[in-house]
Structures are given as structure tokens and as C-alpha cells.
Design a protein around this ligand. Structure first.
Ligand SMILES: Cc1cc2nc3c(=O)[nH]c(=O)nc-3n(C[C@H](O)[C@H](O)[C@H](O)COP(=O)(O)OP(=O)(O)OC[C@H]3O[C@@H](n4cnc5c(N)ncnc54)[C@H](O)[C@@H]3O)c2cc1C
Length: 335
């Protein structure tokens, strides 16, 4: 039986985020000897959140220095938790914070790390990790003999642990002062309403270049397109994805949707989000439909062209309709 460490960090409010709770679900399913390690400014709430997880031990490292993501402090804390737990298999959520710090710790401990894991299981007593390669086109299954083996689990791959909160017994590990060169002075982020990329939303709304093309009256209607898309996003709190053709338009000096940047691009050279539902509009491309939607389970598309092969081939339902008319009606119903 492998000794398993679930490594987590708290969010700004001191609790564990959904990626950490999903990784806990993955760790529980291994039926190993489970230790939970928590890093944060204050770890009580987080430890109580996982009281019913059935862990043998909950180890915490707590100080103001661990409130923020910083390589030096995170790597030192992760190393201390790994040594204290004696674990051979270490699961951590693939947050930007851990993606930055965990590989360095794997090197320090002469272990190995695998990132973007979508499943972890024990087959005939041997741990196996699955991940996708070549921009999510091929799935590979890995085993390794080296230990400790760190596995960063992709958010959205497991349901979140939802056991009742309780009072946990924790074992606090004291850390010496860690010399740092980086001081975090604050966080700059767009206002919540301006933020169109929402990984936790139920629906991914994908806009294609068709929104900016000439419409049946012979003219483009880019301004109305933007109002319809933003209206829908505000009312539904959906996440916004875009095809490459649409997000590239700004570089070509054409009429653009200002709400769209390259960060919104889905597909082979964009992202592969994991929302439960997807709705593609005015979008024809192979990459957004095949690769961008790889992990979206319920998929629908709106396209004027009944012969749009990718929308037909990859969507569960294709509405052959004018997306402007459809979204006007959707917004009316939502509003
Ligand atoms: C190596 C490589 C990597 C790539 N990576 C990506 C990637 O990561 N992501 C990506 O998106 N693309 C990628 N592409 C580009 C991709 O192949 C397509 O060219 C692109 O996705 C097409 O974008 P689109 O569907 O938005 O635009 P178009 O192909 O122009 O399609 C517009 C669609 O809008 C429809 N339409 C127009 N008006 C309306 C209306 N009123 N109502 C309903 N429908 C309407 C039209 O019927 C048409 O089907 C890549 C290409 C290459 C070669």
C-alpha cells in the first residue's frame, strides 16, 4: 500500500478551493495510507473542511509568509511536508501556485513529477497516472519506479470532496525563517464583471469569427454581436471562449469584439476547458470543436450553415439558425 500525501494550499479566505477538494477525491480513491498537508497563513478552517476525509494525519504549515504564492516559501514548505509525511506518492492540485513550486521540490528530493494528470489509480498494486498529449489528442498512461512521485491533478478531472466539516486534529510543523527576495505587494486583477474567463461556470460559450462577418443584409454587425455576447455572459455567468480566427482579428486591424483576447482562445493552440456544457456560435473550425471541446460533455452549436462538418460531427445538437436571432431571444428569456 502506497503512503499518499495530499498536498494543498489555502485560498485567500483560508479555505480549500475546488481544485484541492477534487484532488482529495482522487487521493481517497487510491485507498492508501492518506496524509493531508496544508499550507497557508491560517489553516484551521481548511483542516476542518476535510475532517471527514478519513486521513491518518493532517499536517499543517502556517505563517503569514505562506499566505501568498512565492517559490522560495512554497518550495520549503512542500519539502518539509513531504519529509514529515514520508509519502511515496504525492498528489497536488494543478494550480498555478503548485505548478510553479512542486517541480523544484521533486528535483530536491530526487523524485519525479508529472503535470496535467487527469486520473490516478492503482492497478494490481501499481500506481498509474493518465494525462493527455499533443494538445489533448492522445491519452497516455504512465507508471514510474522513482519515488517520491509528485502528480499535479488537472482541475475539473474529479468531483470535489463533499464530506461534512468537523473538528480536525492537526499536527503543526514549525518552519525556520526562509530567506526571500520577493515581496508580494498586492494583486492586480480585472473587476469580477470584466472577467470573462470563468473556469467554475457550468457553461462555456464559444464565439467564432462569424460574429464579425457580413450578415445576410450585406453588412457586419460587430457592435450588436458584442452586446449580445456580453449580455448573455452577464445574465448566465457563462465563461467566454473564442476561436483562433476571432481572437486573431485584432492583429489584422479588422472590426473586433473588444471583450475577446487571446486568453479566450480554445483549441489546439488555445485552451481545453472542462465546463460541463458548451455552446458554440458562428464557429466552423476543427480545432475549437475537436480539441477545445475535448472535455466538455454536453455540446451544442448554432450555425447558419447546415453543412458545417465540425459543428455537425462534434456537437450533440446543431441548431441551423442565425446566432444573432437566437441570442437575442436567449437574452430576452434570461433577462
Ligand atoms: C496549426 C493550427 C492550429 C490551430 N489552432 C486553433 C485553435 O487552437 N483554435 C481555433 O479556434 N482555431 C485554430 N486553428 C484555426 C482553425 O483551423 C480555423 O481556421 C478556425 O477555428 C476557424 O474559426 P471560426 O470557426 O471562428 O471562423 P470561420 O471558419 O470563418 O467560421 C465562421 C462560421 O460562422 C458561421 N456564421 C456566420 N454568420 C452566422 C450567423 N449569423 N449565425 C450563425 N452562424 C454564422 C459561418 O457559417 C461559419 O461556419 C488552427 C489552425 C492551425 C493550422
Amino acid at each position: 500500500m502506497e503512503k499518499v500525501l495530499l498536498l494543498t494550499h489555502t485560498e485567500q479566505d483560508g479555505t480549500l478551493g475546488s481544485a484541492a477538494l477534487e484532488t482529495l477525491h482522487a487521493a481517497q480513491a487510491l485507498h492508501g495510507e492518506l496524509t493531508i498537508g496544508i499550507i497557508g497563513a491560517s489553516t484551521h478552517s481548511a483542516a476542518d473542511q476535510v475532517a471527514a476525509a478519513g486521513a491518518n494525519r493532517i499536517l499543517t504549515i502556517e505563517a503569514e509568509a505562506f499566505a501568498q504564492s512565492r517559490y522560495a516559501t512554497d518550495a520549503a514548505a512542500i519539502e518539509a511536508l513531504c519529509r514529515a509525511s514520508g509519502a511515496e506518492l504525492i498528489l497536488a492540485p494543478h494550480t498555478s501556485r503548485f505548478a510553479r513550486a512542486v517541480p523544484g521540490v521533486a528535483a530536491r528530493l530526487s523524485g519525479r513529477v508529472d503535470t496535467h494528470a487527469t486520473s490516478v489509480s492503482i492497478v494490481d498494486g501499481v500506481p498509474e497516472v493518465s494525462r493527455w498529449f499533443y494538445r489533448q489528442r492522445m491519452e497516455g498512461v504512465l507508471t514510474r519506479t522513482q519515488r517520491p512521485w509528485f502528480v499535479l491533478v488537472e482541475p475539473g478531472s474529479y468531483p470535489a470532496f463533499s464530506g461534512a466539516a468537523g473538528q480536525s486534529t492537526i499536527q503543526r510543523i514549525q518552519m525556520p525563517d526562509i530567506p526571500t527576495r520577493t515581496t508580494v505587494t498586492g494583486i492586480r486583477a480585472p473587476e469580477a464583471d470584466e472577467q470573462t474567463i470563468r473556469p467554475d461556470a457550468k457553461l462555456l460559450f464559444v464565439a467564432g469569427a462569424g460574429w464579425t462577418k457580413k450578415q445576410p443584409d450585406g453588412a457586419p454587425h460587430t457592435q450588436e454581436a458584442e452586446q449580445l455576447i456580453l449580455g448573455m455572459l452577464r445574465a448566465s455567468k457563462a465563461s467566454l471562449g473564442g476561436s483562433k480566427s476571432l481572437v486573431d482579428l485584432s492583429g489584422e486591424g479588422q472590426a473586433v469584439l473588444k471583450c475577446m483576447t487571446h486568453l479566450n482562445q480554445v483549441g489546439q493552440t488555445g485552451s481545453t476547458p472542462r465546463h460541463q456544457k458548451g455552446l458554440a456560435t458562428c464557429c466552423h473550425g476543427e480545432e475549437p470543436h475537436v480539441v477545445g471541446w475535448r472535455f466538455v460533455t454536453e455540446r451544442r452549436a448554432v450555425n447558419l450553415d447546415p453543412n458545417c462538418g465540425w459543428a455537425r460531427g462534434k456537437a450533440d445538437v446543431l441548431y441551423v439558425a442565425d446566432a444573432f436571432a437566437v441570442m437575442r431571444e436567449v437574452n430576452r428569456l434570461l433577462g
